[in-house]
Structures are given as C-alpha cells and as structure tokens.
Design a protein around this ligand. Structure first.
Ligand SMILES: Cc1cc2nc3c(=O)[nH]c(=O)nc-3n(C[C@H](O)[C@H](O)[C@H](O)COP(=O)(O)OP(=O)(O)OC[C@H]3O[C@@H](n4cnc5c(N)ncnc54)[C@H](O)[C@@H]3O)c2cc1C
Length: 700
C-alpha cells in the first residue's frame, strides 16, 4: 500500500497513518510537487496571492525556491482565513515543505477536486459518472459554459505520475495495480471454460491511463454502418470534426522522418484539441522489416489512417506529449484544462451506487445520483437538475443502469432490484476484439525489445529517455500496424462467406437474448457478411512485437452480455465476452494464423531467422488450430456495445441523441453505445463520440 503521509509504501493505509495528525483538517495533501502544476512565472488567483516556499533543504542543502501556486490548490481551502499546509513531496530524496498561505474567504464553487462529499453542492446541472476518456471529455466541454455546473464522480483515485503510467515504453504497466478494476470475463464454454482477464482503468483518466497509447481511427465504412443501423447523423463525415476537435497533432520528428516514409494529411487532423498526438520518436528497428515485408506482400499502405482509409498497413500515432514524451491521457487533456473553471467539480474515490429516479406525471425522471466510498460506507446523494451522464465504461455502465432499476425486469427481479424501466436490451450486444497470437523467436543482431532484459542496456535506455526523451522508452510500440481485409489474408473468403450467409444469426448470441436484440443483431449480421467481401474494411489486426504477432479479430460475429450479479454496484458484474461463440470467428482467426505463417517467410522478415514457438510447427490441421485458438484466445481490451445506440425495437438502449429510452435526464456517452466496434483500437473513437455527445447535449 502506498501511504502519502509517509510518502512511501507501507503496511498501512493513509487513513491509518499516525503521521496523519500532522496534517491540518482543511488542507490538501499533495505528494508530488509536479501535481501542484506550478507555473514558470507564477500565478495569482482570484481570491488570494499565494506564495509557496519550497524547502528541499532538510536532507540536502539547497536554496529556497519561491513559486506562486496554481489556483486549483488555492481553491481547495474552502474559505479558510489562514491555513498551514504540509506538502509532502518526493523528488528523488524525500523532501518536504511547510507552506503558510494567507487567503481570504471565497465561494465554495470553484474549479476544484473536492475531497469530501460534504463539500459538494447540493445540486448540479450535470453529474457525469466516470472520469475516463468519455466522461472527462463531456464534463470539460459542458463546463465551457460558465453558467452551468458540472460534477464528475470517479471511483478510482488520481495517479501519482508513476513511471509506469507516464513513460511510453512502460505503457500498460498500470494493469493489475490499484488503478485497475482487475475484472475478468466470466468462464466461457467456447474457450474451454476459461476466464479471460479484462483490465479496466479505475483512476482519474480511466483506461486512458492504462492503455498502450495506440491512437488510431477505424475506416469510413465502420462509422457509416452506425447510421445504417438506424442512427441518423452518425457516420464518418459527421464524426470527423469531433475526431479533429479532440486532437492536437504534431508531425513526426525529423530524425524519424529521415528513416521512415510516414505521411500525414492535415485535412484529417486537429491542431487545437486537448489531446496531444504524435508519432514515437523511436521505432524498434525490426519495424523496418515489417514495413518492407508489407510492401513485398503487395499489401496496401494507407497514407494516413486518420483519413478513413484505415486498412492495409499504416504508421500509427500515439497519445503522447511531443515535448515531454509522456502519455497524454484524458486526465492531462480534459481534466487539467477544465479544473481551472469555477463551475467544474470532481470527486474521486467514490463509486456511484445508483441513479435516483422519480416518476413525475407518468414520466421517469432522473433527480439525483447516489455514491459512496465503499459498500459499507454512508451513501451520499447529489441532486441533478438537468441530466446524469453515464461514462462508466462498457462493463460498468450497464451494471449501473441495472442496479438502478433500468434493464430486463426478469433479471432485475432475480437480483432483488425493483424495475423502474423495463429495457431488456441493457447489457446485451457486448463484444470485444478477440485475439490469438503467433509467437516466433528471432535470431538476429538487430536490437529487439528483449534487449531490455539486459540490465545494463535497460539502464542506458532509461538514461537516454531521462536525458533526451529518446530511445526505447519513448515508444509504447505498435508504431506500424496491419488491418487486413479478409481477402488479403485468406484464400478461403468464398468458403467462409458461403458458410456465413447460410448460417443462423442467433448462434452468435447468448441463449436468453431478447427478441428485439436479435432483430437488431440480424441487421449487423448481414453487414458483417458483406464486410467479408470488402477490400476496404480491416478484419484482422496484426500487432508486431519482434517476432510475436498478436492477431485481433476486428469484426467478430459473437456477442455476449453484462449482468449485474447483485443489487450492489460493489459486486463485479458478470460479463460474458461471448468470445468465439460463433465458429465463424474461429475460422477467421485460423486463417489469420495461416497468413502470419506465410507473412513471416517474406524476405524482409525471413532475414531475422524466425522460429515459431506458438502454435508450433506441428499445429497445422483445422482441428488443431481451432483447439489452439480456443485454448489461448484473449482480448485486445476493447469491450463495447453493451448499451447500444439504435432503435428501441432493434435492441437500442439509447437513441441517436444518446438518451436512455424511457428515462428523462439520462444519457450514455461511453463506448457501451457503439453499435458495432470499428476496426481500430477504441480510445480515439471514444473521444470522438464523447466530443459529439457534448455538442448534442449542449444543443449545438
Ligand atoms: C489495458 C488496456 C489497453 C488498451 N490499449 C488501448 C490502446 O492502445 N489504444 C486504444 O485506442 N484503446 C486502448 N484501450 C481502450 C481504451 O482505453 C478505451 O477505449 C477507452 O478508455 C474507453 O473510454 P470509456 O470512457 O468508455 O471508459 P474508461 O476510459 O475506462 O472510463 C470509465 C471510468 O468510469 C469509472 N467508473 C466505473 N464505474 C463507476 C462508478 N460506478 N462510479 C464512478 N466511476 C465509475 C472507471 O473507474 C473509469 O475511470 C485499452 C484499454 C485497456 C484497459
């Protein structure tokens, strides 16, 4: 456990720490000075001129540094006249500072991180549930209007700029930590009863703090299909301005351009957004072999994946600050820019337990949101005068609806929740990019990722990153990706297509799928069949990692569901991924493995002397490959679709304005609303959808 009073890892929680008595009641404790967001030239707040004297001299004699403090900190002192604040910081050595702040009384409502539920306002115009990609985007944009008040409630905590969160080369390191919900998909018969872990961010920034920083969009046809599924106004052309609005794009470095033929088209990129996006300043060298092999194989290379032609092979940018070469997450992008506004509040480490509704004149209306720190803790409520906006992610949003009485009445009854709105589609249509892996070892003198297992090389690489923001730690990997249409990777397209059109759509779905969900899925099924024949729709992603090839099925047929396991939000939901429920998905992955084996024999990859270790040379028959796939299939961490946008009679949970059917004052803005996954990683689409959602909510 990390105790920020001791500023170290200890065997007690912060609440149990004896040093805690040192901290005055009304103060804010910040464990790293970076978190104070100190300005170079200082900052004067509306309410006080604040001087902070940093004293790092306790262990090391140094002069005092005077700085002025950013107003986020000042505003946390709810009207106190004179406060002593201890700031415990960690700058290599444990150091400390005592700060005396003289300030004057000021109104409660300022752009702040609120630490105690008692300090919140009674009512907000909008309460946003979840501070991840979508929640922070919407909260930020809504709070641009100073006349409205916005509260964000987040179950997780703020990170402390740990290396595994900020350094691109360590991306993914927060998986399995306290910043992860540490959930798993339920045991799946199609995977031999296996349980597959599905990490999800539980942190301010949500999964954008855990993810691998791949920042790509799907193809035009992916988004155009959303409109075909009955969502007027949702197509590539209408989302494009919001993709751009999110983005602050920086072209690759000169050094990278000298080595790689990266192209980009500014017509498809934004310059003014909050999200820093750029290409890695270092690319692992065997990517050159990969790119050359792609060319040798005659695979189309997309000039710029952002254009909507996101198929074939492409150079992939990352959500990365081009100057500090650190992760740009929803927290840095959207929280930190909104936190300066007086009408934006955020409370962390509190889980929303229920959406409170009342029936007024026969209409179910949201009136408040209930939340608590733990299952045993006191429930607090906050009023909602306009809307509650759900952004808790594809697994938690349907669960929250269900424990609030919005879902399938039979299921709600079984967990002891009274049905407020019978909306059986809630939780259905869950799908994710299911993956399989072909692993080769390489015998080459070219620098590969495994070289970092050598402590000396790792230390050199780290020094290069620390000193120059270059080298292996400056790349989260995934700098060139393949998104292959079926015809590019399989000779069996016609056979698979024939099976698909002769097949029964319902075998993709759980047995208890409601009729309206099946009806809507039938439309998706037909569209998935047509994709099999399209040359402009990526069906298989290949992520290269020095001989390892992770294969991700982009348009799976199979669907699962999310169900609250009890009436308590604190009990994890039962999330059935549905992986490989439809055997067509196994056939498509099997073809992917066969392609990967052919591809590795391309001259540019063959020079790396690969030896396959999984599935292994002996695994060749359809039957053996199927067994291998079912035994090892995993996820690319992209759950979506569990509160589908679409007509209610076709299994929609929200309409094209993202309003939940049957309830007034309730919208969903996270990736649970995607009707169908795009062929890409999902964060960029989550931002694009949320940017558009904010404009819809504001009536713009
Ligand atoms: C390990 C991993 C790797 C990934 N890699 C990539 C990648 O490289 N590129 C990419 O494009 N995508 C990637 N993704 C997916 C990407 O991060 C998601 O698409 C995106 O974050 C989804 O946004 P969201 O707003 O729907 O959910 P999230 O960003 O997950 O936000 C949901 C938030 O809601 C909070 N919450 C949940 N329940 C409650 C509650 N009851 N009360 C209060 N708060 C609650 C959660 O704690 C969380 O902070 C990855 C995801 C993971 C987990």
């Amino acid at each position: 456990m990390f105790c920020f009073y001791c500023n170290t890892t200890e065997d007690h929680t912060a609440e149990q720490c004896q040093n805690r008595t040192l901290v005055p009641e009304a103060s804010l404790v910040i464990n790293r000075p970076e978190n104070l967001q100190l300005g170079d030239t200082g900052y004067e707040t509306d309410y006080a001129f604040i001087e902070v004297e940093w004293d790092k001299a306790k262990k090391k004699k140094q002069g005092k540094k005077q700085v002025k403090l950013y107003d986020q900190v000042a505003n946390t002192f709810f009207g106190a006249k004179s406060i002593e604040m201890f700031i415990i910081s960690r700058l290599g050595l444990i150091s400390w500072a005592i700060v005396t702040i003289k300030t004057q009384a000021h109104p409660l409502f300022n752009g702040i991180v609120v630490q105690r539920a008692e300090n919140l306002s009674e009512t907000y115009d909008y309460v946003v549930v979840g501070a991840g990609a979508s929640g922070l985007t919407v909260a930020n944009r809504l709070s641009e209007d100073p006349s409205i008040t916005v509260l964000v409630i987040e179950a997780g905590q703020f990170d402390r700029n740990e290396d595994f969160v900020t350094i691109p080369g360590l991306a993914g390191g927060a998986v399995g930590t306290k910043y992860d919900w540490n959930t798993s998909y339920s045991a799946n018969d199609a995977l031999g009863g296996r349980v597959v872990p599905i990490p999800q961010g539980k942190i301010v920034g949500g999964s954008t703090k855990l993810n691998r920083m791949v920042f790509d969009r799907g193809s035009k046809s992916d988004y155009n299909a959303w409109e075909i599924f009955g969502n007027s106004g949702w197509n590539f052309g209408s989302i494009l301005p919001y993709f751009k609005k999110n983005e602050r794009f920086t072209p690759p470095t000169k050094e990278i351009l000298a080595e790689y033929d990266i192209e980009w088209d500014m017509a498809f990129h934004g310059r003014e957004g909050y999200m820093n996006v750029t290409y890695s300043p270092f690319i692992w060298p065997t990517h050159k072999n990969l790119i050359n092999a792609t060319k040798e194989s005659g695979i189309y290379i997309s000039g710029d994946q952002a254009s909507g032609n996101a198929f074939g092979g492409y150079y992939c940018p990352h959500n990365m600050d081009p100057i500090s070469v650190t992760r740009s997450s929803a927290k840095e992008a959207y929280h930190d820019t909104a936190a300066t506004r007086q009408n934006f509040h955020l409370i962390a480490e509190n889980q929303v337990t229920r959406i409170i509704t009342e029936v007024l004149d026969g209409t179910v209306k949201v009136t408040g949101v209930e939340f608590a720190t733990t299952s045993q803790a006191t429930r607090h409520t906050v009023g909602v005068s306009r809307e509650a906006v759900l952004a808790a992610g594809a697994l938690h949003t349907p669960q929250l609806l269900q424990v609030s009485g919005i879902g399938d009445a039979t299921h709600l009854n079984s967990i002891g929740v009274e049905a407020v709105v019978n909306l059986p589609a809630v939780g259905h249509n869950l799908h994710d990019h299911v993956s399989a892996a072909v692993i080769n070892t390489l015998n080459t003198s070219v620098l590969t990722q495994s070289s970092l297992q050598n402590a000396t090389l790792a230390a050199q690489a780290r020094q290069e990153y620390d000193a120059h923001r270059k080298g292996p730690y400056s790349s989260p990997t995934g700098d060139f990706l393949l998104f292959l249409p079926v015809s590019t990777y399989s000779n069996a397209t016609a056979e698979i297509y024939t099976r698909a059109i002769a097949g029964n759509a319902s075998i993709s779905l759980p047995a208890d799928t409601p009729a309206e969900v099946l009806k809507g899925y039938q439309v998706q099924y037909n569209s998935l069949n047509n994709r099999l024949l399209s040359n402009e729709s990526g069906n298989l992603e290949i992520i290269w990692g020095d001989g390892a090839m992770i294969l991700g099925l982009q348009h799976p047929y199979s669907r699962g569901s999310v169900k609250a396991s009890s009436a308590s939000i604190f009990d994890p939901p039962i999330a059935d991924s549905g992986f490989l429920r439809n055997p067509l998905d196994v056939a498509l992955l099997r073809e992917g493995i066969r392609f990967a084996r052919r591809f590795i024999t391309s001259p540019s990859l063959a020079v790396l002397n690969p030896t396959e270790i999984a599935p292994g040379a002996a695994v060749t028959s359809n039957e053996d490959l199927e067994k291998f796939i079912r035994g090892g299939a995993s996820t690319l961490y992209h759950p979506a679709g569990s509160c589908k946008m679409g007509p209610r009679e076709e299994g929609g949970v929200v309409d094209a304005e993202l309003k939940v059917y049957g309830v007034t004052g309730l919208r969903i803005v996270d990736q649970s609303v995607f009707p169908q996954l795009p062929a890409s990683h999902t964060m960029t689409t989550a931002y694009g959808v949320a940017e558009k959602a904010a404009d819809i909510i504001r009536g713009l």
